[in-house]
Design a protein around this ligand. Sequence first.
Ligand code: SF4
Ligand code: ZN
Ligand code: ZN
Length: 306
Amino acid sequence: MRCDVCANESVVNLRYFGREFCSDCFTRYFEKRVRKTVRLNRMLPAKGKIAVAVSGGKDSMTVLKLLHGLSLNNPKIELMAILVDEGIAGKDEVFKTIIGFCDELGLDHHISFFASEYGCTLDEMLAGRMDESVRACTYCGVLRRKLLNKMALDLGVQAIATGHNMDDEVQSSLMNYVKGDFDRMVRLGPVSGVVGEGKFVPRIKPLRDTPEDEVLLYARLHDVPVASFECPNSEGALRKTYKRLIDDLDLAHPGSKFQLLAATDKLIGLLKPGYLGKTMGYCTRCGEPSSSATCMACNLLASIKS
Ligand code: SF4
Ligand code: ZN
Ligand code: ZN
């Protein structure tokens, strides 16, 4: 097949668009869409520090590469990588890959450890949890987010960029809808998080308008290093079910993911006025923003046998 723009050899058929693209034309199209997402949602300030929360996967590593490209045109933006070592056995190679990529791009990286911040690794927490029904990924996700926020505050960062792509966003949206969890639904969006007197660093999602398979292709075409690590605690069975459902829908009706994302945004717009009045308090233990007396992170830490 030939590229519909320049007639070079095609590398991808974007079915929702009905077009074939060669590597160069796909790259231009992909990067232009990310720039548009960043610009329209005012993700980058005129100057200041931006941190990319890097996990070593294709999405966050691609965000690091893309924002690095954008920051080259804006010397007032200081870009860096922040990462969290949860203390999962066998994950060392992931950190080596991330640090190697930061060095290649000439970016600083900052790393925080569960062991030093919480007094034990994730592996130790899981061994000592009192309630086995609380999932490993709940401990990991909640406590990692808390550390990322703390690092960003300590570093004076204005926003944390994450690797969330269109598929992640649409899956979360549908999961929240089915559960009727509109509290969480309104927190989805290109710039997420409740800004509470500077204690919560907003999250930005430059890949939110980009389907996952295109991120994968871009990472392959541009030799973005991706760390391969199969977490022994991986248990996202429910999310995988939603992924299959949405992928099947998109296969039968190309463009469905775009429509679901647009519908999500409309719904958030309708829901927001009802939720804006809800004020965020602060955790009585750690002082971080929380909608209840003690935050989820403190509750989880309290549920581990010492
Ligand atoms: Fe953490 Fe592993 Fe769960 Fe990912 S799969 S959130 S690394 S415990
Ligand atoms: Zn082309
Ligand atoms: Zn707390």
